[in-house]
Design a protein around this ligand. Structure first.
Ligand code: G6P
Ligand code: MG
Length: 223
């Protein structure tokens, strides 16, 4: 099957927002529970929804709070996070991303955005990339979190493309698993020791071009 579509995760793939999520979660742990939240702890939150991230943080901080308080805490963290991303500019698009997207477009491949974030559109507007995508599926639309393939399958459906012709770019293990669960190829963006389940791993978009993607069918497909 020919590759027709490239589907991009947002946080950690197109822009490095993990640091802003981290700063906001760290502040929540410090101000609400007087606990430290480390960059190592933060690894567990990548690709994970806001509410589930809060549950993980509460476990790490050994806190048990009622559901109504959880909503307040999640809102507080989001308020701080939004303050950070409102200041983001197109300069923060990760190296090589723009050139790669433009290459895909010039070759008439479809480009989709698949993110668990409810702030995805705000972020895309800030980095001036909204119009680059043929389809945007974000946390306001999906009901099942990665590793469920819903977010990626919805992109394929919206674009009227077969999942087997889609390549997903992901920095989170759960995202790689979700792509495979949807019968799509997965390119890991980050550390190959962490993302070893991917069909191919890059540390930056400066390392690939469209030929690397069109040759993907030669790789062994994940069973
Ligand atoms: C992405 C990020 C996660 C974040 C989630 C929800 O998947 O990798 O760290 O928790 O989106 O983001 P939101 O902006 O809706 O809180
Ligand atoms: Mg991500």
């Amino acid at each position: 099957m020919n590759i027709t579509t490239c589907i991009f995760d947002l946080d950690g793939v197109i822009v490095d927002t993990a640091k802003y999520h981290f700063l906001a979660w760290k502040r929540l742990a410090r101000e609400q529970f007087n606990r430290d939240f480390s960059i190592h702890d933060n690894e567990q939150l990548k690709g994970v929804s806001r509410v589930e991230s809060l549950n993980i943080l509460l476990r790490i901080c050994e806190q048990d709070v009622p559901e109504n308080v959880k909503l307040l805490l999640a809102d507080l963290k989001n308020k701080w996070y939004v303050e950070y991303i409102k200041k983001i500019t197109p300069d923060e698009i990760l190296p090589g991303v723009l050139k790669f997207l433009e290459e895909l477009k010039s070759q008439k491949l479809k480009i989709a955005l698949a993110s668990a974030s409810k702030n995805a559109r705000l972020l895309l507007d800030r980095i001036e990339l909204t119009n680059m995508f043929d389809c945007i599926v974000d946390g306001t639309v999906v009901t099942r979190a990665k590793p469920d393939p819903e977010v990626f399958l919805k992109c394929a459906e919206d674009l009227d493309m077969e999942p087997e012709g889609c390549v997903v770019f992901e920095d989170a293990i759960a995202g790689i698993e979700a792509a495979h669960a949807g019968n799509m190829y997965a390119v890991g963006v980050g550390d190959r020791h962490i993302l070893y389940k991917a069909d191919m791993v890059i540390s930056s978009f400066k390392e690939i071009n469209i030929d690397s993607i069109l040759n993907l069918p030669n790789l062994k497909k994940y069973e």
